[in-house]
Design a protein around this ligand. Sequence first.
Ligand SMILES: *Cc1c(COP(=O)(O)O)cnc(C)c1O
Length: 402
Amino acid sequence: MGNEKINVGTQAVWSGEKEVLVHGASQVPVVVSVAYTYDDMDEWYDVAIGKKAGHIYGRNTNPTVQAFEEKVRILEGAEAATSFSTGMAAISNTFYTFLRPGDRIVSIKDTYGGTNKIFTEFLPQMNIEIVLCETGNHEEIEREIEKGCKILYLETPTNPTVKITDIERVAKKGKEVGAIVVVDNTFATPINQKPLELGADLVLHSATKFLGGHADALGGVICGSKELIEPIYHYREINGATLDPWSAYLLLRGMKTLKLRVEQQEKNAFAIARFLQQQELVDEVFYPGLETHVNHDIAKKQMKGFGGMLSFSVKGGMDAVKILLPALKYANRAANLGAVETTYGPARTTSHIECTPEERAAVGIADGLVRISAGIEDTEDLIQDLEQAFAILKEHTVPVGK
Ligand SMILES: *Cc1c(COP(=O)(O)O)cnc(C)c1O
């Protein structure tokens, strides 16, 4: 389609749609049909065996879903893409496609809570050896890769303390041992990070988050070479974690404004991070854009922008969180992220609800750790909102007798 030559913001608006437009409509149709009818029995057969392009049954393919896959594929600069009902389906289907009993997988401790559950609860039942390295400890990750692994699974920046892994560095090591290198790019989005260009084999998203951007549709997507995507697609078409066409439409529509949203979210995240750094009642602020972030240099090298995700720990732990978060006016207190509304949530209730307190402590998640997904509101309004909420918190924390 020649769209690969244009920039990412233009791709987000235009790419992937042309093939499914009908009747001169300028917008992608929501095709709800479960099956497709053929008058010519030979043509039906040819489509069914994949000799001819077309659709047969909704669990396999769908035009609206196809447009969504195509748009993400072009944004990630990949040869092929396939989609799923959720981000977790993209992740688990990929594991079950490639892993066999006795295989070894190397990853990090700070993956998304659901991913971590797959590692600690489900894959071990299949006799898969899981090695979870200290996130950001590149030497440890490299040492474990050298011992051999089938899949090297990365997520960067991580949830919720936005730790950074040098994709290029560890992907190179992974390739040396023949591993399939997978990167969860949900937080960065293709606007800010292109894992395939950095040496990854597969890049995946919870499209539920930034790609869709409006917290009104669930979805997942994975991109890579035809050779790797085809077996993942086959596993999904049989096992059935298919993306719904209505959701595909909402995700596609959301993606048109991806670049504008991500830029404003980053501007807001930066301003919030700087504001929080100046607060007496804040212990620590985590944002890869800050010079104080442990891996700021790696983030600067591999990301175009630092994204809209940050977190901070408030003094007084959960008791303080219980005062601070309800005091905010322009905030959803919710488990999602990547939406146009600014969203706050304690890590223990959101990203790491599946983990025990010990597991959370092991990855440095304090009880009072709050994750923020910056929205697209006007920056000064978000800062004012935080100012008044911190003023309320301060009133509550004045020492007794004063
Ligand atoms: C939300 C999320 C997932 C899981 O996606 P769902 O669409 O909720 O299944 C995976 N990875 C990251 C980084 C996420 O934020």
